[in-house]
Design a protein around this ligand. Structure first.
Ligand SMILES: Nc1ncnc2c1ncn2[C@@H]1O[C@H](COP(=O)(O)OP(=O)(O)OP(=O)(O)O)[C@@H](O)[C@H]1O
Ligand SMILES: [Mg+2]
Length: 268
């Protein structure tokens, strides 16, 4: 049996709230092989960000297990990198200093000079050469998101967790960043989980898409993506991609409890 690098087994979790427990995850199973990239989609509020907190070891599930690289997750690990919808960059630091921040927290074998070279290399890789000395407020939203991606991978994490990192960007900038992600992944292989509500993004970036049901979320549907390693935006307009998107859209409707709408639409 091939061991998964990320393994979420029968995870259940409920938040304790003033009005009683709020079940959020209920029977979640996700497996990501080494080097794999899984996109997780599902209705708003179904528990996707909760899943990222469990993966990052910021929270423990009530039931079930979360494993990374054969070790059970019991707390935050330095082998995990994260990026979120709103990049939290520190205004009193330059972009380069922001990208280097994890290296001050996580122990690394790199010398100070190697650290800086690495941060500069990553910034160049995502198209931010020349912006190293700028402050976050001097950058556009897309540029800040690129910088936050560099910061998430600067310490060479084995696992990258992305929670709607491109959600706040316009469509063109987002597509640009998708291409950047492919470039980064081919140069710096990682095993990843991407939370997104953009179905095109899910099939363009991932090799498997997991659809979560409505809250409390369980794994409702799993689709393998058959686009090759080299991907172009044009690949999203092929009949195969259109069909994959149709199936995923239907699954989201099912998750939202609105499946009849799609069936009715199809009949019309
Ligand atoms: N710390 C908390 N305490 C209590 N309830 C919480 C907490 N965090 C999240 N929730 C609730 O748990 C549910 C799932 O939240 P979560 O943020 O995981 O959803 P999500 O799928 O990421 O949503 P979105 O798509 O809008 O980002 C929501 O109903 C939310 O209100
Ligand atoms: Mg969320």
């Amino acid at each position: 049996m091939i061991q998964s690098l990320i393994s979420i087994k029968s995870v259940r979790h409920a938040y304790k709230t003033a009005s009683g427990p709020l079940p959020v995850l209920d029977g979640l199973d996700i497996d990501v092989p080494e080097g794999g990239f899984v996109a997780v989609v599902g209705p708003s509020g179904c528990g996707k960000s909760t899943l990222t907190r469990l993966l990052a070891g910021l929270m423990k599930p009530d039931e079930g297990e979360v494993w990374l690289h054969g070790e059970r997750v019991t707390g935050p690990k330095s082998t995990v990198g994260m990026a979120f919808q709103n990049p939290v960059l520190l205004e009193w630091r330059t972009i380069l200093q922001n990208v280097m921040l994890p290296l001050e927290i996580v122990s690394t074998k790199m010398s100070r000079r190697e650290q800086e070279e690495r941060a500069r290399h990553l910034l160049a890789l995502v198209g931010l050469e020349g912006f190293e000395g700028k402050r976050p407020s001097e950058l556009s939203g897309g540029m800040r998101q690129r910088a936050s991606l560099c910061r998430a991978i600067v310490h060479k994490p084995e696992v990258l967790i992305l929670d709607e990192p491109f959600g706040a960007l316009d469509a063109f900038t987002r597509e640009d960043l998708w291409q950047t992600m492919h470039r980064v992944k081919s140069e710096e292989p990682f095993t990843g989980v991407l939370i997104t509500h953009d179905l095109r993004e899910s099939i363009f970036l991932a090799d498997q898409v997991v659809v979560l049901s409505g809250r409390p979320a369980r794994t409702q549907y799993v689709m393998d993506v058959h686009l090759g390693a080299e991907r172009d935006i044009e690949d999203l307009y092929t009949p195969d991609s259109a069909e994959a998107l149709r199936v995923l859209r239907h699954q989201i409707r099912v998750a939202q409890g609105r499946a009849e709408d799609t069936e009715q639409e199809a009949a019309e």
